[in-house]
Design a protein around this ligand. Structure first.
Ligand code: HEC
Ligand code: HEC
Ligand code: HEC
Ligand code: HEC
Ligand code: HEC
Ligand code: HEC
Length: 406
């Protein structure tokens, strides 16, 4: 009797078990799929970062007949660190910027004679370090130069930031994949229950769940479609780790110095490799990338090949856009359309470049009506008589189809 009863009971919960295990398998499959995808993205990102590490210095190769700087520094390391704090003597990180090379040569060879001679900074150091004299070192001037280069280079390596191209702000639309999966689950599970497991007593609940799922799914797909073919947040890796933050930001190089076309022609233009050499014939060492990335400029020039930069901002061929019209005539700053470039590592597309984007700005923005092109416009009189307070780009026909389309 008991046995029969148990079988009856099992039969009752069996469909539930089927349903629950199906649910588990389904969720498991989906999460592994997403994880695999996420990992793929992550590894491709870290791969590109690994190559960033600072290249080894070539100083030791160039100076075979001198003592190697590492060997010479051993005698200093008892009392000095580079970037690891004060030991017996001061931390030598950034010490190069504190004195000139003649001072270093004299001080390292004989600090006590400098103290005796009353050199102010030698005296100040001597007093600050409890009158503990720094021992004399019998190094040749060449050796001291090599040693100082080594100290400078080690300091630079400490400053290197392999993630220097990363941007703090990301304009890419947030991914909706979780919401999408939820909506699919909301559709499939009640459907499955309806056909096979019959777990839910009232079929109307299944139908309602499926409808909610369809609604969410439709919303998500609609959002995605809005960005389809658009590249808001597009931030490709470039063949050379060129950083606008380093150039236009930290070193305050003017945009027009490199993008010479931006003021008076249609295209802003990407600078030719030879322009980089104006500076990089001299600057051979990058704080973050060592010599590797700057070497690529020289390799490109030597081999006569141009660098294949990946274009970020792209309008379709049927749209006409001119930088001169906007930058020179319209007096619009680069950042209105390209964002805070001076703080970007990698260039990132900060607008969706849609037709609505162009037209909205034309609706809001006034034209520079004192411009000589507009002297014969009828609107000038309306403006003078106070009939209208401003003239937008739309008012002068800037939103007529043929202005932007061939
Ligand atoms: C026995 C410990 C000792 C050794 C070894 C030593 N130093 Fe020093 N060093 C000092 C002290 C102490 C001072 C602080 C100045 C003073 O007391 O005269 C100093 C100061 C300096 C300064 C000036 C730092 C500043 O902040 O302006 C430099 C540069 C320097 N040492 C380089 C070297 C180099 C290069 C070597 C190796 C060739 C070396 N020292 C070896 C103890 C030492
Ligand atoms: C007007 C001068 C100038 C021009 C032109 C110039 N650069 Fe630079 N570049 C610099 C300076 C300054 C640095 C910083 C060097 C440092 O880290 O000490 C630098 C650093 C770099 C670095 C290393 C960044 C780092 O932190 O490791 C790379 C790579 C680079 N530039 C590429 C280029 C390329 C490619 C061009 C041409 C499109 C170019 N530069 C044009 C001045 C210039
Ligand atoms: C030292 C030269 C240099 C300076 C200065 C410079 N750029 Fe650039 N710019 C480049 C190079 C090289 C590229 C191509 C590589 C890249 O996209 O990072 C580029 C790319 C761009 C792009 C993307 C073009 C595209 O669609 O592919 C924009 C936008 C841009 N720069 C804007 C600016 C602005 C705005 C400034 C001033 C704040 C500026 N740049 C200063 C050299 C420079
Ligand atoms: C009114 C918006 C707007 C302004 C202002 C603007 N740009 Fe652009 N820029 C664009 C658009 C749109 C593109 C894409 C053009 C295309 O694909 O034909 C572009 C493309 C570029 C490119 C890629 C190369 C090229 O010429 O197509 C560079 C570099 C660039 N801009 C730099 C600048 C700089 C530097 C300034 C400031 C002096 C600036 N832009 C101002 C909208 C603007
Ligand atoms: C930040 C605001 C802004 C954005 C974004 C913008 N424009 Fe403009 N545009 C202007 C202004 C301001 C003028 C008028 C310039 C002047 O004073 O003559 C103008 C003028 C024009 C003109 C000439 C109109 C005429 O009547 O002669 C064309 C064509 C044009 N824009 C195309 C575009 C296209 C294509 C885009 C999008 C890819 C775009 N603009 C995005 C501000 C903008
Ligand atoms: C201020 C400039 C501007 C004006 C004015 C303008 N367009 Fe556009 N149009 C664009 C830009 C930019 C694109 C590309 C947008 C994209 O790729 O999403 C575009 C794309 C299009 C497309 C292709 C849509 C697609 O999805 O590929 C059509 C069709 C079009 N425009 C028709 C028109 C018509 C009709 C008018 C007149 C009512 C007009 N445009 C006025 C800038 C303009």
């Amino acid at each position: 009797m008991n046995f029969l009863y148990m079988i009856l009971k099992l039969k009752k919960i069996l469909p539930n078990i089927k349903f629950i295990s199906f649910l588990f398998i389904f969720i498991f499959a989906i999460t592994t799929l997403i994880n695999a995808n996420l990992n793929k993205n992550l590894t491709s990102k870290t791969d590109s970062l690994k190559t960033d590490t600072v290249k080894k210095d070539t100083l030791s190769k160039k100076t075979v007949n001198l003592r190697s700087p590492q060997e010479m520094f051993l005698s200093c390391a008892r009392c000095h660190s580079i970037g690891k704090g004060k030991l017996v003597g001061p931390d030598l990180f950034d010490v190069i910027s504190r004195h000139d090379s003649a001072w270093f040569a004299n001080f390292i060879r004989s600090s006590d004679s400098m103290v005796k001679a009353g050199d102010t900074s030698a005296l100040r150091l001597y007093l600050a370090y409890e009158k503990l004299p720094m021992p004399n070192h019998d190094f040749s001037p060449e050796e001291i130069q090599v040693l100082l280069n080594y100290i400078e280079l080690e300091g630079k390596k400490l400053k290197a930031n392999p993630n220097f191209l990363d941007n703090t702000v990301n304009y890419a639309p947030r991914s909706n994949s979780w919401l999408f999966i939820l909506s699919i689950l909301l559709i499939l599970l009640p459907l499955f229950d309806l056909i096979f497991s019959n777990f839910l007593k009232y079929k109307i609940i299944n139908v309602l769940l499926i409808l909610v799922g369809l609604a969410i799914c439709g919303k998500v797909l609609g959002e995605e479609a809005k960005y389809l073919g658009r590249s808001l947040g597009y931030e490709p890796d470039q063949p050379i780790k060129f950083s606008h933050r380093v150039h236009a930001g930290e070193n305050k190089i003017n945009c027009i110095y490199c993008h010479t076309g931006a003021i008076d022609s249609r295209y802003a233009s990407i600078p030719a490799t030879t322009l980089c050499l104006n500076c990089h014939n001299v600057i051979r060492y990058g704080t973050n990338t060592g010599e590797g990335e700057i070497d690529k400029i020289h390799q490109a020039v030597d081999s006569g090949k141009s660098i294949q930069w990946v274009k970020v901002y792209n309008l379709p061929d049927h749209v006409f856009f001119s930088h001169a019209q906007h930058v020179k005539d319209g007096k619009i700053n680069c950042d209105k359309c390209h964002g805070d470039v001076a703080n970007m590592g990698r260039i990132q597309q900060v607008t969706d470049l849609s037709m609505g984007w162009c037209m909205n700005c034309h609706k809001e923005t006034e034209v520079q009506f004192d411009n000589k092109y507009y002297t014969n416009y009828k609107l000038q009189e309306d403006l003078k008589s106070g009939k209208i307070s401003k003239v937008t780009v739309e008012d002068i026909g800037g939103n007529n189809c043929q202005k932007c389309h061939y």
